[in-house]
Design a protein around this ligand. Structure first.
Ligand code: HMG
Ligand code: MG
Length: 332
């Protein structure tokens, strides 16, 4: 990927975000990515129909969130709940607006080929997300690979996605703690993030996969990212977007988000109704925790004096759709 392409890609991203998605304190606008159709539904025991997923996605688009993470092109043997990824994207294309971005998880070249298959038909995907972690055990359980092997898999995925004009997000899971290995050092997270950036991802998303964060540990993490990845702001594509993806085990996700806002983070993932959790972060009978609820996150962001593009009434309608699905544990 040449320098010009990468700069153009970044400018395109800026336009899509209306200059408002960049972290590090440049704006009062906070970007919201709704991950409930993907992270929210991937761990649900009951089968959720494609039509129900589309009802949820349509309501989320109407709520005014900046991005909806629609689904995953992972192996349906690993995550059968999202085996209808192509149908979901084809269906969601019908109510896509200029404002919203659509994204999907892609773990390998096979996943990218599936994503391209539907993208060629409907041109609805703006972004793909590759995902690894700062923990070897979690990465092995989640993707049957070492961290090094995931990064090797991503190289052609990132190159080809960018060549096709798609934005690429790089997730680093277990950014605070791993369900198998315990506490994770912020330096280890920053090292994986730096390797993803070197491969060409446009943005980094730090996942507190099991919701172990506290405001102080989030501050340490964000500060370490700024300290270690400072030079990345001067790479070809300029300053990368930094997103936080908070799960809410201990009820501290909102306090973590507020601390991150104070530190200049301007992009968060969340799921309406607090849906969600990674099936490979469930240990024994300890189910992986849900994502921070979009309703609570938007309330906290706006109470702290920042703006989102979210219409609360429309978001409440999306929450009602989520509550009507056969899912466990939707927060009321
Ligand atoms: P593997 O079994 O090592 O893959 O899985 P493989 O290459 O050996 O292939 C095995 C079979 O899967 C083959 O089929 C392949 O064709 C097929 P068979 O020959 O047996 O019939 N296959 C695929 N089929 C469809 N799409 C594909 C694909 N790839 C292989 N893309 C793999 C490796 C990565 C595929 C697997 O481990 C996997 O799908 N893992 C994904 C698990 C997952 O989705 N986890 C949840 C998302 S991560 C998360 O939730 C965290 C996050 O929210 C942030 C946070 O909270 O921290 C993002
Ligand atoms: Mg997650």
């Amino acid at each position: 990927m040449g320098r010009i392409d990468r700069v153009q890609g970044f400018i395109w991203l800026l336009k899509r975000c209306q200059g408002q998605c960049i972290g590090w304190g440049v704006s009062d606008y906070v970007r919201i990515t709704e991950v409930s159709p993907r992270d929210g539904l991937q761990n649900e025991p009951a089968a959720i129909s494609t039509a129900d997923k589309l009802r949820l996605i349509e309501a989320l688009v109407e709520s005014g969130v900046d991005e909806v993470e629609l689904t995953s092109f992972v192996s349906p043997k690993w995550v059968p709940q999202l085996g209808d990824a192509a149908e979901v994207i084809a269906g969601a294309a019908a109510f896509k607006t200029e404002r919203v971005q659509y994204s999907a998880l892609v773990p390998n070249e096979q996943g990218l080929a599936r994503a391209f298959g539907v993208h060629e038909q409907v041109d609805a995907i703006d972004k793909i997300s590759v995902f690894t972690a700062a923990s070897e055990t979690f990465t092995k359980k989640n993707t049957n690979a070492t961290v090094d092997e995931t990064l090797d898999r991503f190289r052609p995925v990132i190159d080809n996605a960018r060549r096709a004009g798609l934005v690429v997000r790089g997730y680093v899971s277990c950014a605070i703690a791993c369900p198998y290995e315990g506490e994770v050092a912020p330096e280890a997270v920053a090292r994986v993030a730096a390797r993803l950036l070197a491969l060409g991802v446009d943005e980094i998303d730090l996942g507190d996969t099991i919701g172990a964060g506290t405001p102080d540990s989030i501050e340490q993490l964000v500060q370490t990212m700024y300290d270690r990845l400072g030079p990345c702001r001067e790479t070809d594509i300029g300053e990368p977007c930094l997103t936080l993806h908070l799960h809410d085990t201990n009820g501290q996700a909102i306090a973590c988000a507020v601390r991150a806002l104070e530190l200049g983070v301007r992009s968060f993932d969340s799921a309406v109704g607090g849906l969600g959790g990674c099936p490979y972060a469930t240990v024994g009978d300890k189910r992986a925790p849900g994502n921070v609820a979009t309703e609570s996150l938007v309330d906290a962001i706006e109470a702290a004096g920042y703006q989102t593009g979210v219409d609360r009434k429309a978001l409440a309608r999306a929450a009602a759709v989520a509550a009507s699905l056969p899912v466990a544990g939707v927060a009321s």
